[in-house]
Design a protein around this ligand. Structure first.
Ligand code: R5P
Length: 292
């Protein structure tokens, strides 16, 4: 029987005060279940509604490229400054200490080095994503590429089914290739296709007219950084994307290929979360890189 010792009658029922509707602060997410919202809230800071994801999944198609030769040496020391870590299960399991406590956006398609074979209808077993306590699963799609579009969108569709079953959001990652345009028309098409096929987050690239891409995409968009730029230019890229409505960044090379990756990650966060201008963020970068 329950312990009834000193059980008192309740008094604080807030009579006359309606229970407030909690709503949700991310676009397109009102109708998610609780578990999915909790995972989104681990990725996108409730205070700003934005995120700084650190992407280091490049090795799954490119091998140990510059900055990613040793994840334990390059990524682990700076991971504390990111809101979320995006990588494959292999690198997370082997190289990221679980006690870091960072939410994981798990790369959930299969890496191949021959691009025409990209992600050939293989996705992660969702039970493995659950075992890894993934806060989201990421998958790449290749809109407009005759050789791979159907396969990659089938992957996205299947991953969304698995994610919906267990409350794990899916991030659609829009690919770019040498034959693909890099304009608002293409990224708008690719982003919208991701959402229409069920993605809860879209990762794409900043471009001229990006506000139209964001407007037509009813879920949070984060941008990739692309090739390494001088730090000020990378901060301008992040700033422009945020001004156009992006909910954050998922950057890789512009962080881990910087000579001062911890300073760079914090400078990016100041743009994304604190509304700093590129010049202000660059000042912060300079200050932090000099260790003062
Ligand atoms: C692409 O498949 C990957 O998702 C990369 O993580 C992505 O391109 C972001 O990295 P970067 O900022 O280096 O472009």
């Amino acid at each position: 029987m329950a312990d009834l010792d000193d059980i008192r009658d309740g008094k604080n029922f807030g009579l006359g005060q309606d229970i407030e509707s909690q709503g949700f602060y991310l676009k397109g997410c009102d109708n998610m279940g609780w578990g999915m919202k909790e995972r989104m809230a681990r990725i996108f800071r409730p205070g700003s509604g934005r995120t700084v994801m650190l992407a280091f999944d490049h090795g799954f198609i490119m091998g140990p490229t510059s900055g990613l030769e040793r994840i334990d040496l390059s990524i682990v020391p700076i991971a504390q400054y990111a809101d979320c870590l995006m990588a494959t299960r292999g690198m997370i399991r082997t190289s990221i200490p679980a006690q870091l406590g960072k939410p994981i956006c798990l790369r959930s398609d299969a890496g191949t080095s021959i691009l025409t074979e990209l992600n050939h209808n293989v996705i992660i077993d969702v039970e493995d994503a659950i075992r890894m306590n993934a806060s989201a699963m990421a998958i790449m799609v290749t809109a407009g590429d005759p050789a791979t579009e159907a396969k990659t969108f089938a992957n996205l569709y299947n991953l969304v089914d698995a994610g919906q079953k267990y409350g794990i959001p899916v991030m659609g990652v829009t690919a770019v290739g040498k034959d693909m345009a890099r304009d608002a028309r293409y990224f708008g098409l690719a982003s919208r296709m991701c959402v229409e096929n069920g993605a809860n987050i879209v990762k794409t690239y900043y471009c001229e007219g990006f506000e139209k891409v964001v407007a037509a995409c009813p879920v949070p968009i984060v941008i990739a950084g692309g090739k390494k730029l001088p730090e000020l230019e990378a901060l301008e890229l992040a700033y422009n994307a945020i001004q156009a409505g992006a909910a954050g960044v998922d950057m890789g090379r512009n962080v881990f290929q910087s000579d001062y990756p911890a300073a760079m990650l914090q400078a990016i966060a100041s743009v994304v979360h604190d509304g700093q201008t590129p010049a202000q963020a660059y000042d912060l970068f300079e200050t932090l890189k000099n260790g003062s």
